[in-house]
Design a protein around this ligand. Structure first.
Ligand code: SF4
Length: 333
């Protein structure tokens, strides 16, 4: 769904001012129609509902505690920027430190624009920002690497490199948590992608708190927007005057995720609420899986047996194999 259509004037949708939808809460003219919850809301009730839901998700999954040092993985896109704003808001009542890390992959014609947004939004909120570039960290931009390796696997390569750099620098900067701007659309897509690829073990590690593999080298990831639809994130950003950069990564169209996204959006159009129902189904299934894992650990009597974490023989970062995925991509063995 196009971000620009996120805030649809409910009045315009009805086509008739007389029948203009009213806010379910206060009866004033509605600003947004939320088909997944069969409700129209005015701007102030939408903003309240949005913020309450994010705070509830943070509480429900015990994402934050007093004294945490949280690194926001800030791309400058709408999701991570809204995530930064929400955490900044929460940090006023639950004191924890907040800073941001932006990964510059070196994607010509795309990343510079979002990087500028990240810098401006951090400045606005007084949040320190560290920029880590692929070029400095790995000796090559993503563009150059893909020229050598082919564009087909752009997102898998980029994902491995980004996760590595984010984890490494968050750890270096003393973060106790990394906050990621994944919204509920991303979650529904990831669940489907894992089913389609028959990768249940990946799904076992996925969740609102990611880091089922317990090792001090991994900084725990939290996802405050886990139960928030993408369209709501865009609407909130617009209503709150948060800068949004609309450009899209040139490699995104090649990604398998894009096909799954289209499929789920078309299902959502026909059956509103589909994506959130997938997230809920995943969460109940995930709890069963985690309970099962806990049971197996307790039975084995070894709390550290959840993941098989070695150190990569090439870079020393955590890895499930002898050589980590990153060093395999960069052929550093
Ligand atoms: Fe990287 Fe793919 Fe995202 Fe582009 S769309 S930034 S290549 S993960």
């Amino acid at each position: 769904m196009a971000v620009s259509s996120a805030v649809k004037c409910a009045k315009a949708e009805s086509g008739c001012a007389k029948d203009a939808p009213q806010c379910k809460k206060c009866g004033k003219a509605a600003s947004i129609s939320l088909r997944y919850m069969n409700a129209d809301l005015c701007q102030s009730h939408f903003v309240k509902m949005f913020e309450d839901r994010v705070k509830r998700t943070v509480r429900q999954f015990c994402m934050l505690k007093k004294g945490d040092r949280v690194a926001v993985g800030l791309s400058g896109g709408k999701d991570s920027t809204v995530c930064l704003h929400m955490l900044h808001k929460i940090s006023k009542s639950l004191p924890f430190e907040l800073f941001a890390i932006t990964i510059d992959e070196g994607i010509a014609g795309y990343r510079n624009a979002t990087l500028d947004v990240a810098k401006r939004e951090c400045k606005k909120l007084g949040i320190p920002l560290t920029v880590v570039s692929f070029h400095k960290e790995f000796g090559s931009t993503l563009d150059k690497l893909l020229k050598k390796k082919g564009r087909e696997r752009s997102c898998s390569f980029c994902g491995v490199m980004r996760r590595y750099a984010l984890n490494k620098y968050a750890r270096k900067l003393g973060a106790t948590k990394i906050a990621i701007g994944h919204n509920s659309d991303d979650v529904a897509q990831t669940v489907f992608m894992n089913f389609m690829r028959n990768e249940p073990e990946r799904l076992g590690r996925f969740g609102p708190l990611a880091g089922a593999v317990e090792d001090e080298a991994f900084v725990l990831r939290i996802k405050p927007l886990f139960t928030t639809p993408e369209r709501d994130v865009a609407a909130y950003a617009m209503m709150k005057g948060i800068e949004i950069e609309f450009s899209e990564c040139p490699y995104a169209a090649l990604a398998f995720r894009q096909q799954v996204r289209k499929m789920l959006n078309s299902m959502e159009e026909k059956y509103p609420g589909t994506k959130l129902r997938i997230v809920k189904a995943f969460l109940s299934q995930n709890r069963l899986m985690l309970d099962g894992a806990k049971f197996r650990i307790e039975k084995a009597g070894k709390a550290g047996e959840r993941g098989n974490v070695n150190k990569c023989a090439s870079c020393g970062e955590p890895s499930s194999g002898k050589i980590c995925n990153l060093c395999a991509i960069l052929e550093r063995n």
